[in-house]
Design a protein around this ligand. Structure first.
Ligand SMILES: *[C@@H]1O[C@H](CO)[C@@H](O)[C@H](O)[C@H]1NC(C)=O
Ligand SMILES: *[C@@H]1O[C@H](CO)[C@@H](O)[C@H](O)[C@H]1NC(C)=O
Length: 262
């Protein structure tokens, strides 16, 4: 008897009717509650789908990623380039960028007229795309551990821009690296650093960076500059703020302007 039932269901499926309809039919006969539940589940899934599409859930997801640290100060540098150009003018002609994903910054700078750009990538370049490999090949981007002195002569660059990289250095290494960045700059160093409690590296990136990032407060940085005899460039600060206000630009990172070593 039961064998016959199974074969009749199979025949329904074989004869081309939608497989689920066969299943639903046989089940709805035995349990109407189940079919109601299935309809409700379908309605719920449609509801979730509609809302995630309309951005109600999508928006929330975006905020979460940001808090989790999908956000970097290197991406902030891209947004700040027009402001830096306004503030530094001629000093934007020979630029060195130091930080993760430096290929993206160097490419953006090279698109500007009369701008030469170089980059130092402090960590291994993973999955380098063709553009990045070509920059490395041309010697414009190099991978170098910034705990050691940079292989450039004093005042090789008009402006040095550093993003994210310093957040990963302990004070011991920062004591060597930051003055070295000021050494290779002729007109100044611009530092993009994370705000405490805001940016965090993804767990997957921790091994790459060696140690978790330590986001320091702006008062920590200012005290640090004084201790290490690095002077902030008041003109640079003022011009940057004026240009930022004009374009209603609000950086999501702390931005500091240092004078070069004299
Ligand atoms: C870094 O340099 C400052 C100022 O020269 C000094 O006070 C501090 O002890 C140094 N820190 C380390 C860890 O070497
Ligand atoms: C300070 O910053 C300005 C850009 O606003 C730059 O032109 C100038 O060279 C810098 N001065 C010093 C002493 O670093």
């Amino acid at each position: 008897m039961s064998r016959r039932q199974v074969s009749s269901t199979r025949r329904l499926v074989d004869s081309g009717s939608f497989p689920f309809s066969g299943a639903l039919h046989s089940k709805s006969r035995s349990s109407p509650v189940l079919s109601v539940a299935l309809v409700l589940l379908g309605a719920f899934l449609l509801f979730v789908y509609a809302f995630s599409g309309s951005g109600v859930f999508g928006g929330a997801r975006e905020t979460v990623t940001k808090v989790e640290g999908d956000f970097s100060c290197t991406s902030e540098v891209h947004g700040a380039l027009p402001i830096l150009k306004k503030a530094y003018g001629d000093s934007m002609h020979r630029v060195l960028h130091v930080g993760p994903d430096t290929c993206s910054v160097v490419s953006a700078l090279l698109k500007e007229e009369e701008t030469e750009a170089w980059g130092v990538e402090p960590y291994d370049i993973e999955d380098a795309d063709a553009r990045c490999s070509s920059l490395v090949h041309k010697g414009l981007v190099r991978v170098a551990d910034i705990k050691f002195p940079l292989p450039y002569r004093a005042k090789s660059f008009s402006l040095v821009i550093v993003s994210d990289a310093l957040d990963y250095l302990s004070p011991k290494y920062m004591n060597k690296t930051l003055p070295d960045l000021a050494r290779v700059a002729a007109d100044g160093v611009v530092i993009f650093a994370g705000y405490p409690g805001k940016q965090r590296a993804k767990i997957s990136e921790l091994s790459k960076f060696g140690r978790p990032a330590k986001m320091r407060s702006s008062s920590w940085w200012v005290r640090y500059f004084v201790q290490t005899n690095l002077e902030e460039n008041e003109t640079g600060i003022k011009k940057f703020e004026q240009a930022a206000a004009k374009k209603s630009y609000q950086p999501s990172c702390q931005v500091f302007h240092l004078k070069p070593l004299t």
